[in-house]
Design a protein around this ligand. Structure first.
Ligand SMILES: Nc1ncnc2c1ncn2[C@@H]1O[C@H](COP(=O)(O)OP(=O)(O)OP(=O)(O)O)[C@@H](O)[C@H]1O
Ligand SMILES: [Mg+2]
Length: 261
């Protein structure tokens, strides 16, 4: 490891250094070195199959890298780290259909005393705007509402790092915009570190402080972009900002190149 890499590792909450992953003879991820700064929103974009989900699985300790290291708060990740919560794309498979909303959210909090559990569940339900829906089953709710439940469940764990793998891919455009704004307002309030994977270039620029663009597989980091757009962001004003338009064009060009190389 070079001294620059050591410095990077020390300053970031989450640091990947030379991470690669091979499945059989398939080199999925070649050598990823990237930082996820504390208290910020980082976004990973890249062509389909470039290893975005693989990286999230490695960061969350659910899979191991073939080479390289991941550190979280300076500790090597070798299991699911404390303080981490994850929201998956497919809410219909991540929620328990036989449990009410409040029970779904309380599920990962079994280790806590009942009174504390109740407070956390209520706070999370309020944060995602689902008050009054506690006694619905997931299948009685729209897709966007179900994804709010999944977000509430992650928030109720009081994570310091929230990982989201294409969390809004299965909802309509208006719901997606609402859920993007919900994420940004919760993040601003709680200061949680967020790492989101998305396919959507507009979404990546709108959400991010920091975009990590991956190349096609075997993937490396094509570029890291700092998004210097002011906060709080607004779906109309931010997207009309010439700087937004410029960054979006730059990410689009990088992805086009990433597909071609
Ligand atoms: N458990 C596994 N066993 C074998 N190969 C795998 C496994 N998981 C992922 N891969 C392979 O690793 C590569 C990266 O997959 P991954 O799902 O991480 O990509 P992705 O960037 O998330 O794609 P998408 O944008 O389509 O979600 C692909 O070639 C995939 O086939
Ligand atoms: Mg994926």
């Amino acid at each position: 490891m070079t001294s620059t890499e050591l410095n990077r590792t020390a300053s970031a909450e989450l640091a990947l250094v030379g991470v690669s992953k091979t499945y059989g003879t398939n080199l999925a991820v070649r050598s990823i070195t990237a930082d996820v700064p504390a208290g910020k929103v980082s976004v990973i974009v890249g062509p389909s199959g470039c290893g975005k989900s693989t990286l999230l699985r490695i960061i969350s300790g659910l899979d191991v890298p073939s080479d390289g290291t991941v550190t979280f708060n300076g500790e090597y990740v070798d299991g699911v780290p404390d303080g981490l919560a994850m929201v998956f794309q497919d809410y219909s498979r991540s929620l328990f259909p036989w449990m009410h909303v409040d029970k779904n959210i309380a599920f990962p909090l079994k280790h806590l005393p009942a009174a504390e559990r109740k407070v956390r569940v209520q706070e999370a339900i309020d944060a995602v705007g689902l008050s009054g829906k506690e006694k619905l089953y997931p299948w009685q709710m729209s897709g966007g509402m179900q994804q709010r439940v999944a977000i509430a469940r992650a928030l109720a764990c009081h994570p310091t790092l929230l990982l989201m793998d294409e969390p809004y891919a299965s909802v309509d455009a208006q719901t997606r915009a609402d859920l993007e704004d919900l994420l940004l307002s919760i993040q601003a309030k709680l200061g949680v570190t967020v790492l989101v994977v998305t396919h959507d270039i507009d979404e990546s620029v709108y959400l991010a402080d920091h975009i990590i663009v991956l190349s096609k597989p075997p993937s490396v980091v094509a570029e890291t972009i700092e998004v210097d757009l002011p906060r709080p962001r607004d779906q109309i004003e931010t997207k009309e900002d010439p700087r937004f338009v410029e960054i979006r064009a730059h990410v689009t060009r990088l992805l086009r190149r990433a597909e071609e190389v």
